[in-house]
Write a protein that binds this ligand. Sequence first.
Ligand code: GRG
Length: 327
Amino acid sequence: MANSSSGPTHIAARHPRRYPDGHGDEDGGSPGFKIQSYLKERAEFVERALDRAVINHGGPGARLLEAMRYSLFAGGKRLRPILALAACEAVGGAPDDAIGLACALEMIHTYSLIHDDLPCMDDDDLRRGRPTNHKVYGDAMATLAGDALLTDAFNVLARSRSSRAPAAVVLDVVAELAQAAGSPGMVIGQALDILSEGKATDLATLEYLHARKTGALFLAAVRGGGLLGGANSVQLEALTSYGRSIGLAFQVVDDVLDVEASAEQMGKRTHKDDAQGKATYPGLMGVARSRQFAHELKQRAIEALAGFDGRAQPLREIANFVVERSL
Ligand code: GRG
């Protein structure tokens, strides 16, 4: 499904598309673009799809499905799935082309949060403003809920019927997602994070760690969405650069919020990085320089989209949102 009509400098979208509820004009790039209503509408779109993808049919499996749905519908921002949809649309695809990937990303992200909160990892009681999964369902059921969300995510992606992408493209996206979630990506990032506690860590090591722990899933969202939307190689390269910058910017801001925000604001325990002896951006470069670095990364992300038309406006606005967010 490669878009061979695009030249190397101008990256045209495949189908002109009008946003459904006034987020922008025909090419999505009006100055009146409303990021908050865009995020809300896209989050609802993802949540309806998740509701159909992870069903509690009752019976013997009801408790496990209840635990999975407890964390899945606990009010996350749905950033990764929204990025996948936005990247897909930026290259001319439709939201339905990437909705299977969007659900899979949120399921994997939710699994990572459930496992990260377990007593054997970060041992947290609060997540998304509610008691953590193991506090409600116990350690064993929380572990299994995470296992099931991770595994089922690939089933949801592989079986998504709404995507027009050829099977070979879906296979590529499955492989990229597995790489992002597995030992080369999020899991090694988490392992390095644990192993580096209390140890002197420099900026290069911190970036290496975060590119895997949190960045890999952002990159898979943007690249996967692009692939499913029919991105050509030039578009994919630009999306890769955008995805890397936005993933790191997200983490830098996360570190700053851990220092500056309250638990009430974030819906999770804050000020814990320092307490756990973890290296952070504010710890290594100070809060002001960290904020400045996040802005530079945002600029880098937006510049990577220079060859895209107005249909990439949501991606540009999301870059801004990631850096300005207070949650
Ligand atoms: C357990 C294999 C394994 C990995 C866990 C991502 C991760 C690795 C742990 C989460 C710990 C953490 C708080 C990392 C900081 C970045 C992050 C993932 C924040 C939460 O993501 P948001 O802000 O959350 O997108 P919502 O709730 O909006 O979905």
